[in-house]
Write a protein that binds this ligand. Structure first.
Ligand code: UGA
Length: 448
């Protein structure tokens, strides 16, 4: 049995459901290949012909542990295919997931052009009942608009339902998150739609929350906003720890053991990034504003996250005094470990600020350098942490990759011009690195 499959899921269902996933980005690809793995017949659609041609050959445009294997296996078993035509996908698929991007507009609102486009295309190509499911993160009320759009453009007299089924996948562990979810949220306004989705997800043996469409849409926004709030909360605590000589790691441990609070998402550091939290928070602040509520708490969460990068920058300056002409080894570009994603990564803000101050940067990341090379000129990309450390005045950790936790410190010390570590993710034991002769500066750990 494939280890990705949930316990108790002993055999593939004899007859799966025919599914189309429109949008073969991160969410669409993971959802499509996992649903195929569960025995369904899945067609992934994308308007990008190059991407589809590559996927047909098993070439995956993103780095996600386990995804390549799932795509290749399920393509071979003819449960997963890739096409560019929505029309062909809609023809034979009972369920159609919309997983296209909703990038932010200048005012922070989500751009729903892609969703509207897909809804229109589905409408003109539907010949019999279809269930259209929102998978992308969208503002509350989008379900109503999708329904309205389909009703407006539909050509034949066929029935359809719209549902909201938000994803809670984390980059880096998306396959396991899909196969072993904490919960599955199903937002429907009809029994027929509810039954189809409950049946689809039954093999996962996970708790299901069945609500109306608007509540499901809000669950997604509220969950991401709450997680971002937890991170900014602990980052704010880290500032106080630094001032009074307490240790934020101990504070987080002490708080986290309370089951009502929990230890996860209480890691202080360089702040949150990625393609979800920053964008979703902006969108949610906007949605709330439009609904007549000024969500000040989330504005503060966002502000604290921005300040956290300046806080780290100040620590660098406090230790180097003059940054101009200093060499800084930067370990980590990705917004978190196990991904090559650098969207809204704290590393980018830090690198840009350090460059502006006139520093030379020697950078290493295990996965994200290819993407970074496209947008970061005038920095030196290195083959590993040791090459990055060579001749540097300071080692700055920005992403908590496992390989950074296991560095050979004796070797690093010899390579650095000055034995200074600024740890933006609190990954080292202060006593241990100081014993090796380093000046060690972390977040909210001044007391140690
Ligand atoms: C997040 C949510 O965790 C998923 O449930 C959701 O499906 C996804 O957004 C989405 O909306 O699509 P993701 O952005 O992949 O997933 O990554 P997270 O693991 O949540 O981390 C987000 C950021 O918070 C990272 O920059 C990470 O370094 C930071 N973080 C996380 C902290 O700074 N401290 C923590 O304690 C936890």
């Amino acid at each position: 049995m494939n280890p990705a499959l949930p316990a108790g899921y002993k055999q593939e269902r004899k007859s799966g459901v025919n599914i189309a996933i429109v949008g073969s980005g991160y969410v669409g690809l993971v959802t499509g290949s996992c649903l195929a793995e569960l025995g369904n017949k899945v067609i992934c659609v994308d308007s990008d012909a190059k991407k589809i041609a590559a996927l047909k050959k098993g070439i995956i445009p993103i780095f996600e542990p386990g995804l390549e294997e799932l795509v290749i296996n399920n393509t071979r078993k003819k449960r997963l295919s890739f096409i560019t035509s929505i029309k062909d996908a809609v023809k034979g698929s009972e369920i159609i997931f919309i997983a296209v991007g909703t990038p932010p507009l200048e005012n922070g609102e989500a751009d729903l052009t892609g969703i509207e486009n897909v809804a229109r295309n589905i409408a003109i190509n539907m010949a019999s009942y279809r269930l259209i499911v929102e998978k992308s993160t969208v503002p509350v009320q989008t379900g109503k608009w999708v329904e309205h759009t389909i009703s407006t453009y539909i050509k034949r007299k066929v029935k359809f339902d719209v549902a909201s089924n938000p994803e809670f996948l984390r980059e880096g562990s998306a396959i396991s998150d899909f196969m072993h979810p904490d919960r599955i949220v199903i937002g429907v306004d009809s029994k027929r739609a509810g039954d189809i989705l409950v049946n689809l997800y039954k093999p996962l043996n996970a708790p299901m929350v069945i609500t109306n469409i608007k509540s499901a849409e809000l669950i997604k926004h509220a969950s991401n906003a709450f997680l971002a709030t937890k991170i900014s909360f602990i980052n704010a605590i880290s500032r106080i720890c630094d001032q009074v000589g307490a240790d934020v790691e101990e504070v987080a441990k002490g708080m986290g053991l309370d089951k009502r609070i929990g230890r996860s998402f209480l890691n202080a550091g360089a702040g949150y990034g990625g393609s979800c939290f920053p964008k979703d928070l902006d969108a949610f602040i906007n949605i709330s504003q439009n609904a007549g509520y000024n969500f000040e708490l989330l504005r503060a969460v966002k502000k604290i996250n921005q300040e956290q990068k300046r806080f780290l920058l100040k620590k660098i300056k406090d230790n180097l005094w003059i940054v101009k002409d200093k060499t800084i080894a930067v370990l980590g570009l990705a917004f978190k470990p196990d991904t090559d994603d650098i969207r809204s990564a704290p590393s980018l803000d830090l690198i840009s600020a350090l460059k502006q101050e006139g520093a030379f940067l020697r950078i290493y990341d295990p996965q994200a350098m290819k993407k970074a090379k496209e947008i970061l000129p005038d920095v030196k990309f290195c083959k590993d942490s040791y090459e990055a450390a060579r001749g540097a005045d300071c080692l700055l950790v920005v992403t908590e990759w496992n390989e950074f936790k296991e560095l050979d410190f004796a070797k690093i010390k010899k390579l650095l011009k000055r034995a200074l570590i600024i740890d933006g993710r609190n990954i080292y034991d202060p006593a241990q690195v100081r014993k090796m002769g380093f000046t060690y500066v972390a977040i909210g750990r001044k007391g140690l």
